[in-house]
Write a protein that binds this ligand. Structure first.
Ligand code: SIN
Length: 522
């Protein structure tokens, strides 16, 4: 029997049993839990934080709708092609096709759960565009409040499920090569949930950086749990910086997103002098893929010495009504987007890589699944296409729930694994965020990544005695693999830009896998 340490969980504390444990309550976690529940599984959801990244998603869901309701000349082939172009040679084309082709069905299921989307005329959904999409194929809700509507509908559908709030999953219990449960920290102290199937749906790791569009719980928990359990993670160097996060001086933590759909409706990026940022950079101009736009903004800021650029949305028709979330965030910061350009900077937004899975969320460990931002299905490659994340969370979340339920039925109850407490290296968050923001941000180089590695070497082992220590340990583990993979990838590709290797190297068109992490990333 092998176990990973349970942090402060130990063998004592409270105990629960389930068929399927889902860690995380955003789109992927709730889709998974509902699917497993429908299959008759006893499901326990563990929720660490009140807010999910799903809630904050603005732009929408990229989906190819059936002919009868589609408003544009679109096809699965076209959506797959756009996804592959954005992914810069590292997508798994079969995974992309499988997920894209299942999108309309998954969205119909979401509508069945009560979600509403904006209409352009009665019975016809309004479609918008974002960077990298050659068609208008993004459905949205409440203008720019799509994530809030998805979360509302799924929360409502899952209201009768067993959701344990303020429960932090500290470690995976592994018994003889299969998952056996999770050690957990709750307000009642340490404990264990035993289950033959565990689904990681913990979201991203935006708080690796000083400023991010992610909610405060996005601390890379699922990737860290996988790393500690020896489960392969891949493509982690591809951290996507959203080109337009609201700039509000040196404020850190979660900053408001300024949705790309504004550019889909005519807004444009300019510098302090009103000069366009994107002219001559890419044939798609302001709607180029996200990595291209973020790098162009960085280049303009570094050439001018300015701390931000501006998104001029003044010509967007009825901007305050169409984009109420953005308008409210701007006005709260003293900016009126109807009259003024919006100050923006690129901000850490999305982890394109993560725990290696197939398109049913299966990982290398029997009974362990991952879905949503925490996972690496091969959908995003080196750079995620806008609004493909809610799509992937819905589709793969649902499939992972089915697979986990089926596995639980076959596997039967797990053995009670007694695990010893363990120590994890922890770098204090301000130091970690300073090093990641300085050396592993939009543009990297070997010297900086070496400094990041040296900083991470100073991490001190600590017991996981609180949520904040656990989160700092998780961030430290994830920073380690992001830094190692970024250093190993000596080229520029997708959202990984190396100033010392500015070209794409065809010989490096392969994913870097860290497995297990102690043996390095290659
Ligand atoms: C946005 O609305 O610009 C973000 C959408 C996404 O991250 O896919």
């Amino acid at each position: 029997m092998t176990t990973t340490g349970p942090g402060c969980g130990g063998s004592g504390g409270w105990r629960l049993r389930a068929d399927v444990v889902v860690i995380g309550t955003g789109v992927a976690g709730l889709a998974a839990a509902l699917a497993a529940h429908r299959r008759g599984s006893r499901v326990i959801l563990l929720s660490k934080a009140a807010e999910t990244a799903t809630f904050y998603a603005q732009g929408g869901i990229a989906v190819v709708l059936p002919d009868s309701v589609r408003g544009a000349d679109d096809s699965v082939d076209a959506h797959v092609a756009d996804t592959l172009v954005a992914g810069a040679g590292l997508c798994d084309a079969e995974a992309v096709r499988s997920i894209v082709a299942d999108g309309a069905r998954a969205v119909a299921e979401l509508v069945g759960a009560g979600a509403h989307f904006d209409e352009s005329s009665p019975g016809r959904w309004a479609l918008t565009r974002e960077g990298g999409h050659t068609r208008r194929r993004i459905i949205h809700s409440g203008g720019d409040a799509t994530g809030a509507e998805v979360q509302r509908a799924l929360d409502h559908a899952a209201a009768s499920l067993d959701i344990r709030r303020n429960h932090v999953a500290l470690d995976l219990l592994i018994d003889d090569g299969a998952v056996a449960g999770v050690s957990v920290l709750s307000e009642d102290g340490p404990g264990t949930v035993y289950a033959p199937s565990v689904i990681l749906a913990t979201g991203g790791a935006g708080h690796l950086y000083r400023a991010t569009t992610n909610p405060e719980g996005s601390t890379g928990d699922g990737v860290a749990l996988a790393i500690w359990a020896g489960v392969p993670v891949s493509d982690v160097e591809f951290v996507q910086f959203h080109p337009t996060m609201l700039y509000t001086g040196s404020a850190s933590g979660r900053r408001p997103l300024i949705t790309e759909a504004l550019r889909g409706e005519g807004a444009s990026l300019v510098d302090r002098h009103g000069e366009p940022v994107m002219s001559g950079v890419h044939p798609m101009g302001d709607l180029a893929p996200r990595d291209v736009v973020a790098a162009a903004i960085e280049a303009r800021m570094s050439a001018s010495g300015d701390a931000c650029v501006y998104l001029d949305a003044r010509r967007v028709a009825d901007v305050a009504r169409r984009f109420p979330t953005v308008t409210a965030a701007c006005r709260a910061a003293g900016i009126d987007p109807v009259r003024q350009p919006i100050p923006v900077v690129p901000g850490a937004h999305y982890s394109c890589g993560g725990v290696v899975t197939d398109v049913h969320g299966r990982t290398a460990i029997d009974g362990l699944y991952a879905a949503g931002e925490v996972a690496r299905t091969g959908m995003h490659g080196a750079n995620r296409l806008a609004s493909n994340s809610l799509l992937e969370g819905l589709v793969v979340g649902g499939r992972a729930g089915v697979a986990a339920a089926e596995h639980a039925e076959l596997a039967g109850p797990p053995r009670v694994v007694v695990a010893e407490p363990s120590l994890r290296p922890v770098l204090a968050r301000p130091s970690l965020q300073h090093a990641m923001s300085g050396y592993a941000s939009v543009v990297r180089d070997d010297a900086g990544l070496g400094r990041l590695a040296a900083e991470l070497e100073t991490a001190q082992p600590r017991m996981l005695s609180s949520r904040s220590v656990f989160e700092d340990a998780a961030l430290t583990a994830v920073a380690g693999v992001v830094g190692a993979a970024a250093r190993a990838r000596t080229e520029t590709r997708g959202c990984h830009h190396r100033s010392d290797h500015p070209d794409t190297d065809p010989a490096q068109a392969v994913s870097i896998v860290c497995a297990p992490v102690a043996s390095g990333c290659r």
